[in-house]
Ligand binder design. Structure first.
Ligand SMILES: Nc1ncnc2c1ncn2[C@@H]1O[C@H](COP(=O)(O)OP(=O)(O)OP(=O)(O)O)[C@@H](O)[C@H]1O
Ligand SMILES: [Mg+2]
Length: 384
């Protein structure tokens, strides 16, 4: 198991479906949450980490069913910032707005658009710096509208979606509990229109949180399950790459989780992430992957035999040049197994899930009903 407090940096967990990747990471998250003061953030495409978030009193930000609580992508800690700090914020937010506009304009963004966005972001944050008030998308929209160029009007028209249209969910001040140490971002069922933008907003919120934590001297462990989902979209992939490179200096520790390493290696950004990673965990592998793995990750054939037919929960950790086999299986009768288990048949048999409504597929109204019941019982769930 990865010892909390041992800052071994970014990494990946690979293994065939059911090999225990999520389980392994949940064990790691549990250790970090319970034994350190570090933050844990999970990007959860299958909504399978909601249970742990609830158990740890964590926050769930459900990007596909925003109802009560919001993440403002333009959020920044303006209360404690100096002139140098505001310049960094402007650079970051300008890049973010470029990504959003590019996404909305369908990649037809030209140099003029770039300059206009940059100018407006500067005006927005210099104003916000003076008043110390966090801006919203509406503020950016109005600055754009007041520009004289035709391109600015074009951009404003696209951003109308954020002010009046279906994306106005991103036009509210953040009200996710900032002090919560365990946050899960659910991204299942994002509609095709919402998905790319929602992912950018989520990545922006995560990056800001890691940077803010870094300033407070607090480490942040980011787990990206099914990370090929983010790598499939150009902008979220670029963001992920930035996170991997940038946040290390701010105490960010990123772990990517994926089934197929060979597929990931076809993707240029994914291979950079893998080569910028300090540890790789291999759970059960298929034969085809093993040859490629030996070549890219540098584990010997003999070592790979250990994972070629490995039972769930056993595998290899490669950290630097050291390769360590591990057996991390835990008994089915333990509470931790019940919490981390994803086998729906077992969960139904144990009475932890109903055949009609599994947690991960549960509609948000049901989740809220569960939360309300929980609150009535004095438990501390936060459902977003
Ligand atoms: N350390 C472990 N100890 C005991 N059982 C385990 C362990 N790891 C995994 N398992 C068993 O394997 C099942 C599948 O694990 P998990 O959901 O983590 O797989 P996965 O690799 O994430 O699969 P997928 O790729 O489909 O997401 C668990 O529900 C559990 O029954
Ligand atoms: Mg999994």
């Amino acid at each position: 198991m990865l010892a909390p407090g041992l800052l071994i940096g970014n990494g990946f967990v690979f293994g065939v479906p059911g090999s225990g990747k999520s389980f392994f990471c949940k064990q790691g998250m549990g250790q970090v949450f319970l034994n350190t003061d570090d933050d844990v953030i999970v990007i959860d495409p299958m909504h399978e980490y909601f249970d742990i978030a609830k158990t740890f009193g964590g926050a769930i930000v459900n990007m596909s069913a925003y109802k009560k609580n919001y993440v403002n992508p333009l959020d920044a800690d303006l209360a404690h910032i100096n002139e140098k700090g505001i310049r960094d914020v402007i650079a970051d937010k300008s890049e973010f707005m470029l990504g959003i506009c590019d996404q909305l304009l369908g990649s037809t963004l030209n140099q003029k658009h770039h300059s206009i966005i940059d100018r407006c972001v500067r005006e927005l944050y210099m104003g916000a710096f003076k008043t110390r008030k966090v801006p919203l998308m509406t503020d950016f929209y109005h600055i754009l509208k007041s520009q004289t160029e035709m391109e600015a009007q074009e951009l404003a028209l696209c951003l109308e979606l954020f002010v009046e249209g279906s994306l106005n969910i991103f036009n509210h001040h953040t009200n996710v509990d900032e002090d919560n140490r365990f946050t899960v971002y659910g991204i299942q069922d994002l509609g095709t229109q919402l998905a790319p933008v929602a992912m950018l907003v989520m990545m922006e919120a995560i990056q800001s949180r890691i940077i803010e934590n870094g300033k407070k001297g607090r480490a942040t462990w980011l787990y990206v399950d099914e990370c090929h989902v983010l790598l499939n979209s150009e902008y979220s992939a670029t963001y992920l790459q930035q996170l991997w490179k940038k946040v290390r200096k701010q105490g960010g520790l990123c772990t990517g989780i994926s089934q197929n390493v060979t597929d990931l290696l076809q993707n240029y950004i994914a291979s950079t992430l893998i080569s910028n990673s300090e540890f790789i965990t291999l759970l059960k592998q298929s034969n085809i992957d093993s040859a490629k793995l030996a070549e890219v990750i540098g584990v010997s054939d003999a070592q790979l035999r250990f994972v070629s037919n490995a039972p769930s929960g056993t595998g290899l950790i490669k950290c630097g040049t050291t390769v360590i086999p591990f057996d991390n299986t835990i008994g089915k009768d333990t509470d931790l197994y019940k919490l981390y288990n994803t086998n729906i048949h077992e969960k139904i048999a144990m009475g932890l899930a109903s055949p009609v409504c599994q947690t991960e597929a549960c509609p948000i109204d049901k989740e809220e009903e569960l939360a309300d019941n929980s609150a009535a019982q004095g438990n501390s769930w936060l459902i977003y």
